[in-house]
Write a protein that binds this ligand. Structure first.
Ligand SMILES: Cc1cc2nc3c(=O)[nH]c(=O)nc-3n(C[C@H](O)[C@H](O)[C@H](O)COP(=O)(O)OP(=O)(O)OC[C@H]3O[C@@H](n4cnc5c(N)ncnc54)[C@H](O)[C@@H]3O)c2cc1C
Length: 286
């Protein structure tokens, strides 16, 4: 079985809009897709993770490209994006909602759409699920300890965080770049992430992350017709530029390897927790 789940195609791509490239995490795929959706009446509201002081994430219903741009960039902590879904539909009266989420959030949302207990009248209003790759996340205080204690940077000064090349990176508004080896950040990970076996948001319409593509570009997994239609239109109309995915060991090879590592490592943890009588997810994807 493919460790990336099912998909139609995989490409490398990046946004062409300079405003997006200035603020985004990788190739700006999430922001570009949402802005394209809002500008072309495919979506009328999107759920993103904005941030408050201290890099605290806040789920937000964005209805304009400016609001999407404000929320660009990765927050390496939990942003309960699904908590504002009802608000998007009931308060903002959105009829065509896009949602970005980590693999666990995409899985939860798919489940809610399939078995809509408490989600009546909402199923047909969720139009696009954009998943972001995720190996693990950190509780807010964990992320803060990594930034302030391990990297020695005040959280107020941070403009960007990133994970890559075996390290957690912190960029400050003074132009400083600090990093710490992931070996040292492991103790601060959210423990529920260790029983998750989905690296690439397998149930999204479109999944994206940096692994497998050159710096500044994103790997884009197009999973179904809905995802394919929007990505193809964006390429045709010049919102995205694309290049073939590197099929080698630092491209698709690395992506598949990491996806498999997450499955195998966390399946072991699931078995271990089962032995101890601890609760584990009932229907993990293998
Ligand atoms: C905890 C975490 C771990 C990750 N691990 C990996 C990894 O191992 N490998 C990899 O290739 N990529 C990983 N990513 C994804 C990567 O960091 C980028 O988010 C992704 O490539 C999208 O970049 P972009 O330039 O297309 O998005 P942007 O255009 O910058 O947009 C990012 C979107 O994601 C939303 N967002 C930000 N943080 C969160 C959050 N915590 N929860 C939900 N939504 C959020 C933002 O509001 C924004 O709408 C991880 C992301 C997170 C949140």
């Amino acid at each position: 079985m493919d460790p990336l789940g099912s998909y139609k195609s995989i490409i490398s791509a990046r946004a062409t809009d300079k405003r997006i490239l200035k603020r985004c995490q990788d190739g700006g795929i999430v922001s570009a897709v949402f802005i394209y959706g809002l500008e072309n009446n495919i979506l009328d509201g999107v759920i993103v993770a904005d941030k408050e002081e201290g890099f605290r994430p806040v789920p937000k219903v964005a209805t304009t490209p400016e609001e999407v741009l404000e929320a660009a960039g990765t927050k390496y902590t939990v942003s309960p994006n699904l908590s504002v879904l009802k608000s998007a539909i009931r308060e903002y009266a959105c009829e065509k909602v896009g949602v970005v989420g980590t693999p666990c959030q995409i899985l939860s949302l798919r489940k809610a759409l399939k078995y809509p207990v408490g989600f009546r009248h909402m199923v047909d209003k969720v139009k696009l699920l954009v998943g972001i790759f995720c190996m693990e996340n950190f509780p807010y205080m964990g992320m803060r300890i990594i930034v302030e204690e391990l990297c020695g940077v005040r959280i107020e000064d941070v403009v960007k965080m990133d994970i890559g090349k075996g390290k957690f990176w912190v960029y400050t508004r003074w132009g400083e770049v600090k990093s710490v080896k992931l070996k040292k950040t492991h103790p601060y990970e959210q423990s529920s992430c260790h029983v998750c076996t989905d690296y690439t948001a397998e149930l999204a319409d479109i999944s994206t992350g940096s692994v497998g593509s050159p710096d500044g570009w994103s790997t884009v997994i197009i999973r179904n017709e809905r995802g394919e239609e929007i990505i193809n239109k964006m390429i045709e109309e010049g919102y995205l530029e694309r290049r073939p995915i590197d099929e080698g060991k630092f491209g698709l090879g690395l992506l598949k390897k990491l996806a498999l590592v997450k499955k195998e490592k966390n399946m072991k943890e699931i078995e271990h927790r089962k032995e101890l009588g601890l609760p584990v997810p009932p229907d993990v994807c293998h």
